[in-house]
Ligand binder design. Structure first.
Ligand SMILES: Cc1ncc(COP(=O)(O)O)c(C=O)c1O
Length: 453
């Protein structure tokens, strides 16, 4: 197991001196130097050792994550590089935010062009960017209206507010009585409402009291959903991930999403699809719902909507649903900002123009078939391989000689970065730009490491 990084007053003093001088020098002279010498200047962390950088995070940051002991400095396409220049395959893609690959030139081009023109105006004024982006994203996904936000969890909060207001003003649910049904194992972020509807004790412990208004039903169990909808007259919406990502790449039975759609229609309940992780090519289609030709009433997008460049999320819906909002009823200072609109437009164009969903399907089939063969050879290590497209879960056998965390450490040493989810599952989600050759190399690394166990 990784131990705490050593820390001392001396290290702290040295670190802060170096940090201050590196920041000062990069701020004071960067523009002039870059302009006249065309040179790359040191970034904020340049000049620190790997150990110092880990110690700084440890000493000054909250301990709400447990990162692998690697310090990344650069990313390019399917690769990331640590501070020593070692190259790794990124098989997490920042939890599927970097579908288009690290620092995609088209997206970075849009970012830098727009950053020099205008970054933020707030929604107090119209901007040149919001209208064209809104039309593009609505036409691309087949919805009437969009409400741009920033993070995925804000998209979820927005959807629930929309659904509640729709329930009171359109469906006729008595005020204050609306319910939203979630699936057990769901993950949609860390706000109080998100953990209130969560079934994960680690996410909830000592954070109560929780928000009312949610019910839980078994994921993939359409009979249980049917029964709950029959019993509960005040349901505003059912909110689901088409594949549960954080729960461990849980793929529901075929036909489930279509049945959810039909049940929602039958009971006059909105279907909210949380495609924050599964959308935008990740599962081998534009949206994971496309596998069953299903259209949700409210669609949530985030993460790769900006290619991992900045937080941009979006809630898409019909006129009927979105028009329940009136000026002042919802908003966000940064939501719909010009920079986000420019970046998200470029990020969607990259997905479309480079056929990334199709590539995710091709490389996903290759990787899963290879991993299934590996599972047959080493069932003592791999209990299951599942997923769709490039959202793949390797389930580690409970009796395996190696646990998921230690396996990820070995993979890291071998040049592939992946992260366990829920102790026994390793998620493989490389950027969708990986070539066949890179997928073969990834499979070689995975095979060599698993065979060596
Ligand atoms: C399905 C799903 N929804 C929502 C979120 C929350 O997104 P964010 O972390 O941007 O708030 C996540 C994050 O992992 C997610 O996987």
């Amino acid at each position: 197991m990784w131990r705490r990084a050593p820390s001392s007053p001396a290290l702290r003093a040295a670190s802060s001196r170096r940090w201050a001088s590196s920041v000062a020098s990069s701020h004071a002279s960067s523009r002039a130097l870059e302009q006249f010498m065309g040179k790359r200047l040191p970034t904020v962390g340049a000049g620190f050792s790997k150990e110092e950088l880990i110690a700084l995070e440890h000493d000054y940051g909250a301990h709400n994550y447990h990162p692998l002991p690697v310090v990344l400095s650069k990313g390019s396409g399917a690769y990331v590089f640590d501070t020593d220049g070692k190259r790794y395959f990124d098989c997490l893609s920042a939890y599927s935010a970097v579908n288009q690959g690290h620092c995609h030139p088209k997206i970075i081009g849009a970012l830098t062009r727009q950053a020099q023109q205008m970054t933020l105006a707030s929604r107090a004024f119209h901007t040149e960017q919001l209208g064209p982006f809104s039309r593009f994203v609505c036409e691309y996904f087949g919805y009437d209206r969009v409400l741009p936000m920033n993070t995925g969890v804000e998209a979820g909060e927005t959807a629930i507010k929309l659904a509640r207001r729709w329930a009171y003003t359109v469906k006729g649910v008595p005020d204050g009585e609306a319910k939203v049904i979630f699936a057990k194992g769901n993950f949609w972020g860390r706000t109080l409402n998100a953990i209130s509807s969560s079934s994960d004790p680690v996410a909830r412990k000592h954070f109560g009291p929780f928000c009312p208004g949610s019910e839980l039903v078994g994921y993939g169990d359409s009979a249980a959903l049917r029964e709950m909808l029959r019993r509960e007259p005040n349901v505003a919406a059912v909110m689901l991930e088409p594949i549960q990502g954080e729960a461990g790449i849980v793929v529901p039975p075929e036909g489930y999403l279509r049945e959810v759609r039909e049940l929602c229609t039958e009971h006059n309940v909105l279907f909210i699809a949380d495609e924050v992780q599964t959308g935008l090519g990740r599962t081998g289609k534009r949206l994971a719902l496309d596998h069953e030709n299903v259209q949700a009433d409210i669609l949530l997008l985030g993460k790769a909507l900006s290619g991992g460049v900045m937080p941009v999320s979006a809630v898409l819906a019909s006129h009927e649903v979105m028009d329940v909002l009136t000026p002042g009823s919802h908003g966000s200072t940064f939501g719909g900002n010009p920079l986000g609109c420019a970046v998200a437009t470029a990020a969607l164009e990259v997905l479309r123009d480079e056929g990334l969903a199709e590539n995710a399907h091709r490389q996903g089939v290759f990787l899963r078939e290879g991993l299934k063969r590996l599972q047959q050879e080493r069932p003592d290590v791999l209990a299951d391989v599942r997923g769709k497209g490039l959202l793949i879960g390797m389930v580690i056998n409970e009796a395996s000689p190696i646990d998921a965390w230690s396996l990820c450490l070995k993979l890291m040493e071998a040049g592939l970065l992946a992260k366990p989810t829920h102790d026994t599952i390793v998620r493989l989600a490389p950027p969708l730009v990986i070539t066949s050759e890179q997928a073969a190399q990834q499979l070689d690394i995975l095979s060599a490491v698993i065979e060596s166990v």
